[in-house]
Ligand binder design. Structure first.
Ligand code: NAD
Length: 370
């Protein structure tokens, strides 16, 4: 049998350099990993809520560390970066070790790219920033994004034990944030068979794990599967271009200050439904990956679409489903539509005002995609 390649006309695949240490207790390799990168004066970075994780990593580093900065916050504000940079200079740090989710890792990237230092990321959520050469920063309320090979962490440590206390709600929305990277990779303009394999397996690993995590938050097998899925989905985000879903979340987060991972969770089924007519192969693969994880339509129900299956998964794990519940006022929908159309970007289905307004209306009320 001949294997059917979606991109029969050919494709380009660019692999990003990544050294990944994965496993329960993997944080204990941090000193050896720092040594490998010739880091002798590491600065540990984390958020105020994760100082305990930060201190543990600091202790593992021993005399290879010079201190900890625990002021990382969401969206990498430049003022916070300046404060951390001053600490790095004062301590003559020669490397950064970020412990946390996208906020701590974003700060690590911001410092590493400014000082030309190596970085190690110990990821504790499923957001995937550790696998990308992308840095989003905010200055006076405006978020800008840049991409450079110098932004990508040299080493990523995935220690499932650091994720056991990730609250269930955040585990769910962060996992859906990761699934969104894989979904958009499957219909990306530069999609390719290699990234698509990672995307399918990432979706299956996370979609299978999240329902277990909601029932048993410290289940080691489910946590391991979710973290593995997050790695694969993060690689998708770092490897190919994203489209409508990420654009909408960026707009909603930036203009209306909506929470990052919750916004991803709400918008995703609606973005999939929007793109479904233009990306049938991707839809089949998304639905197949969800079904492989055990997601199915209610007994006796009609066969579901990829968007319907994802919506049902979200409902089963108690994810937020309405932008209204995240604090978006109804009268913001027209402005959000304008912003979504303001700068052209690639999407498998053309961006049409009426259809985008309808998508936002559905996401606002949280109705099941048709
Ligand atoms: P986060 O890093 O802000 O974490 C959310 C909260 O959960 C924080 O208070 C954190 O301390 C806490 N937390 C994290 N892990 C925990 C754990 N294991 N146990 C207990 N508490 C824990 O959230 P996030 O969703 O991971 O990251 C969002 C940020 O990352 C946004 O700024 C987003 O723009 C950015 N991001 C960037 C990229 C990229 O490629 N550049 C990709 C994804 C996200």
């Amino acid at each position: 049998m001949i294997m059917a390649l979606a991109a029969l006309a050919g494709f380009t695949y660019t692999g990003l350099p990544a050294r990944v240490v994965f496993g329960a207790g993997a944080r204990r390799t941090v000193r050896a990993e720092a040594e490998r990168l010739a880091i002798t004066r590491a600065l540990v970075l984390t958020t105020p809520a994760q100082t305990a994780h930060g201190r543990e990593v600091l202790a593992e580093l021993g005399d290879r560390a010079v201190g900890m900065f625990d002021g990382a916050v969401m969206h990498t504000p430049v003022e916070v970066t300046e404060t951390a940079l001053a600490a790095a200079r004062a301590l003559a740090a020669d490397g950064v070790i970020a412990v946390g989710g996208g906020s701590a890792i974003g700060l690590g990237k911001a410092l590493a790219v400014r000082r030309g230092m190596p970085q190690i990321a110990l990821a504790t959520t499923y957001a995937g920033s550790e696998m990308t050469p992308i840095l989003g920063e905010t200055e006076r309320g405006k978020k800008t994004t840049r991409t450079s090979p110098d932004i990508l962490p040299e080493t990523v440590i995935y220690d499932v034990e650091l994720t056991l206390d990730l609250p269930v709600g955040l585990s769910v929305t962060s996992g859906l944030n990761a699934i969104a990277h894989a979904v958009e990779a499957l219909y990306a303009r530069d999609t390719n068979p290699i990234t698509s394999l990672l995307a399918e397996q990432g979706i299956t690993a996370l979609a299978g794990a999240l329902p277990v995590i909601t029932r048993a938050p410290a289940d080691p097998a489910a946590r391991t599967s979710a973290l593995y899925g997050a790695w694969l989905c993060g690689t998708c985000l770092g490897s190919v271009g994203m489209a409508l879903h990420h654009k909408l979340c960026h707009v909603l987060g930036g203009a209306f200050d909506l929470p990052h991972s919750e916004t991803h969770a709400v918008v995703l089924p609606h973005a999939i439904a929007y793109n479904a007519p233009a990306a049938p192969d991707a839809m089949a693969r998304i639905a197949g990956a969800l079904r492989a994880a055990g997601v199915s339509e209610p007994a006796g129900g009609a066969p579901s679409t990829a968007a319907g299956l994802l919506y049902d998964l979200e409902r089963s794990v108690g994810a937020p489903r309405a932008l209204a519940d995240l604090g978006l006022p109804r009268d913001a929908l027209d402005h959000a539509t304008d912003l979504a159309l303001a700068q052209p970007y690639w999407n498998p289905r053309p961006i049409e005002r009426g259809a985008i307004r309808a998508l936002l209306e559905h996401a606002f009320t949280g109705s099941r995609p048709a």
